[in-house]
Design a protein around this ligand. Structure first.
Ligand SMILES: [Zn+2]
Length: 319
């Protein structure tokens, strides 16, 4: 009998060891690339610029299961990656403030966030899996025509922007009404950027907008116009400019990092699946956190990829 117990214990220990070995921990590589995902409509039916609520939820499940965790865009810009060791940051962005991104339902007891809108899906998922984090940036259109003006419920515009900010989501500039910035001269470009900010800040007065997503991915004739300036008495200053395509972004610690030209991945079935498969096949290219926001852990063999002038106080650790 005693022998059986001993055998059972040995077997259990062996199985446990085997399962640990199978879940191979990812080695930190903070010079790896980061996906900035770009969503447009969350609605029916699924098509080029639309993800269904069910597919969006499935994207979150897939990302979570594969070790991705949400990171705020502003934290990426600051190189502040406070995620558990072995996980990979992913940034969510939503363009054009279409209704399915954030909808309120009028219920007997008051307003309720539509559980099938992107914000509703995100909040439910975060409640179920708190370790996934909560972060997303909404590049809104405050002066567009219906249905793209601030999620298309005029009575609730302000409430929505305040809700986003209070929950730690970010709001980005996408121009006043989706102007193609390559088509216009300096005064119009600057007015589009400054006015978008003014219209957003009517609802969230102290909120600082740090990023611009280019409508159609088109740069103005001078990139300086997009970065900083003023128009109609309002000053704007963008730390980052996001494109509409280009693949996974470089690490904020890499020499290739360029916040003025940040590439994104369109979160449609084929693109997202393709990039997830790419990182499975090329694990060395994937950003993997070391769990310590104060250090940048890099493979010694890739030291030449490190950029100079890291954000203040960060210490480089080679492995
Ligand atoms: Zn857009």
């Amino acid at each position: 009998m005693r022998l059986l117990v001993v055998l059972f214990l040995i077997l259990t220990a062996a199985l446990l060891l085997a399962s640990f070995a199978a879940a191979e921990p990812r080695l930190p590589n903070e010079l790896g690339r980061v996906m900035i995902l770009e969503y447009h409509k969350v609605d029916y039916p699924e098509e080029r610029w639309t993800r269904t609520p069910e597919n969006f939820r499935r994207d979150l499940e897939t990302l979570h299961a594969r070790g991705y965790r949400l990171l705020a865009l502003n934290d990426l810009l600051d190189g502040r990656i406070a995620l558990p060791a072995g996980t990979t940051p992913v940034v969510l962005t939503f363009d054009d403030s279409s209704p399915g991104q954030f909808r309120y339902l009028e219920q007997a007891g008051g307003l309720e966030i539509d559980p099938k809108s992107a914000v509703g899906i995100l909040e439910t998922f975060t409640r179920e899996r708190p370790d996934f984090g909560r972060a997303a940036t909404f590049f809104v259109l405050p002066g567009a025509a219906s249905p793209n003006r601030l999620f298309n419920q005029p009575a609730h515009e302000g409430r929505k922007l305040r809700h986003l900010v209070s929950r730690g989501y970010e709001i980005g500039n996408h121009t006043l009404w989706h102007a193609n910035l390559g088509k216009y001269d300096e005064p119009v470009v600057r007015a589009q950027l400054a006015e978008a900010q003014v219209w957003i800040q009517r609802h969230v007065p102290d909120y600082r907008i740090r990023a611009l997503a280019l409508p159609h991915g088109v740069y103005p004739k001078s990139v300086e116009w997009a970065l900083r300036g003023s128009a109609k008495g309002t000053a704007y200053h963008h730390d980052a400019v996001l494109m509409v395509a280009g693949g996974a972004a470089p690490s904020p610690f890499a020499r290739a990092w360029d916040p003025v030209r940040l590439p994104r991945i369109q979160a449609i079935e084929r693109e997202l699946a393709g990039w997830l498969a790419y990182f499975e096949k090329h694990p060395d290219e994937r950003f993997v956190s070391d769990g310590d926001p104060g250090t940048v852990a890099i493979p010694a063999s890739r030291r030449e990829r490190l950029r100079s002038g890291l954000p203040g106080g960060l210490k480089v650790v080679e492995r």
